[in-house]
Design a protein around this ligand. Structure first.
Ligand code: GLU
Length: 355
């Protein structure tokens, strides 16, 4: 809910009024803050890597960049104040409901979600699957806290507001705005933890932002948002079907999979080597689990490329699913949503090729 965290009380009037200084009608953007480094603070300006995430409240973040007021009418809500590695499905679902409620409001044109970078790609992907809206929804974070030399948060946030308020971003799906670059939620991944160019997409960025103006070069061909078959409004409660991930390497243990089954996992993502490969001595364990109703999804811990079905393993024979190009953490989310609708492996496979 916006009520407690909104600075202006007469929202409807404030939001619809043009700024006297403005020559154009500004869009209304809501910043939904969740924490992360963009809200972090360190002991000194040289502490760019050692600091505490999720300290600074959203109003202070926005007050630090008064230039955003020229871009849009800004409101904000402090949804969470956490480091993003502590997100669970409960926080994710509640955040999605909050963003969905905002997206349905006629007085909201765009939404910015400030977020820790560790799991930003997961939250962005989830929102792209469950929010049926064409309005711009932009996730943004930073790699350095606001207290550091050359902090990247202020410009990232400025660019995110510019993007969320741009009519050109409508229908492009949930976006991630980092380091002047616009990424599609499904493709983007954090690939380095110590530099500001932390995010890439193996299929390329959608575009870039220069001085608050978006320039577009690509579009995602995959289903998302308004064309998604998933909907946060159909999800009951605050949990998803349990899906675990096992990291592939030499010297695997069958127990790593079995313990997930005992914990109640309805599917296991095998984050395999290479083409989602499975060690010969692990195959019987996966087939046993599959015959007992646990879906087996082959993903890969290789950061680029995609898992080819029936290569390395006979997926058709075993009734397994391949994750296509989704990394293991995004595979977990699509699998969990798929399981809210079906337990048919063929149907789950269709979803992996469509999203
Ligand atoms: N691990 C923290 C988080 O993801 C800080 C990292 C960051 O935001 O860059 O929230």
């Amino acid at each position: 809910m916006l009520t407690n965290s909104i600075r202006t009380s007469n929202l409807a009037i404030d939001l619809l009024a043009d700024s006297p200084a403005s020559t154009y009608k500004k869009n209304n953007v809501v910043v939904v803050a969740t924490g992360g480094t963009i809200a972090g603070a360190g002991a000194s300006s040289t502490n760019s890597a050692s600091y505490t995430a999720a300290k600074i409240p959203v109003d202070a973040l926005i007050d630090a960049i008064p230039q955003v007021q020229d871009l849009a009418n800004i409101r904000w809500v402090q949804a969470l104040q956490i480091a993003s590695e502590s997100m669970t499905d409960k926080e994710l679902i509640n955040l999605a409901r909050q963003v969905n409620d905002l997206a349905k409001r006629s007085d909201v044109n765009g939404i910015v979600v400030t977020h820790g970078t560790d799991t930003m790609e997961e939250t962005a992907f989830f929102l792209s699957l469950v929010i049926r809206s064409d309005k711009p929804i932009v996730l943004v974070g930073s790699m350095r806290p606001g207290t550091a030399l050359s902090a990247d948060g202020p410009l990232n946030l400025y660019s995110a507001v510019a993007l969320a308020s741009s009519d050109t971003a409508k229908g492009k799906g949930v976006l991630v705005m980092m380091n002047d670059t616009i990424f599609a939620a499904r493709d983007v991944s954090k690939i380095i933890n110590i530099h500001t160019n932390a995010f890439v997409s193996q299929w390329g960025a959608l575009g870039t932002i220069v001085e608050g103006k978006p320039y577009w070069f690509r579009e995602s061909t995959k289903r998302h948002n308004s064309s998604s078959e998933f909907n946060i409004e159909s999800i009951e409660g605050d949990s998803l079907p349990l899906v675990g991930i096992v990291y592939g390497a030499n010297n695997m243990l069958p127990q790593s999979y079995l313990v997930l089954q005992q914990a109640g996992a309805k599917a296991i993502i095998h984050a395999g080597t290479g083409n989602g490969s499975v060690a010969d001595y692990i195959v019987p364990t996966l087939n046993k689990l599959q015959s007992e109703g646990v879906q087996i999804i082959r993903s890969s811990h290789v950061p680029q490329g995609f898992v080819i079905r029936n290569a390395e393993q006979p997926d058709d024979t075993y009734g397994w699913v391949v994750a296509h190009d989704l990394n293991p953490q995004k595979t977990r989310l699509l699998t969990a949503l798929a399981l809210t609708k079906t337990t048919d492996a063929k149907e789950i496979q269709r979803m992996f090729y469509e999203y």
